[in-house]
Design a protein around this ligand. Structure first.
Ligand code: FES
Length: 106
């Protein structure tokens, strides 16, 4: 498993991006659950964030793509508004090991 950071570094309703060997990934915490997705919008295949580590909408209710504003649910990565409505972000399987957020190598 590839460690990304301490799981505690991602606080409630915060997001954090990572680049691992050219692979973009981000993690979000909501209701004390962590979610990890590939950083790739299903609309155009581009990275999602507005600014570094900024993947959520202003209300922090959804993941929002900076390019055309698509909204994705945090817990399932499902697009519920925007040009790719009905598609989903690709989830990344992860584990927290000794407090470290770790993903399986690609
Ligand atoms: S590239 Fe994300 S909504 Fe168009």
């Amino acid at each position: 498993m590839q460690p990304l950071c301490l799981a505690s570094e991602i606080t409630e309703q915060q997001s954090k991006g990572f680049e691992i060997d050219g692979r973009g990934i981000f993690a979000v915490r909501k209701n004390d659950q962590l979610y990890v997705y590939e950083n790739r919008c299903p609309h155009r295949g581009v990275p999602l964030e507005w600014m570094p580590d900024t993947f959520l909408d202003p209300e922090k209710q959804f993941i929002q793509c900076a390019t055309h504003g698509a909204l994705f649910t945090i817990d399932a990565g499902l697009c519920i508004a925007g040009p790719c409505n009905g598609t989903s972000l690709e989830p990344v399987s992860f584990e927290v090991i000794d407090g470290q957020l770790c993903i399986a190598p690609n």
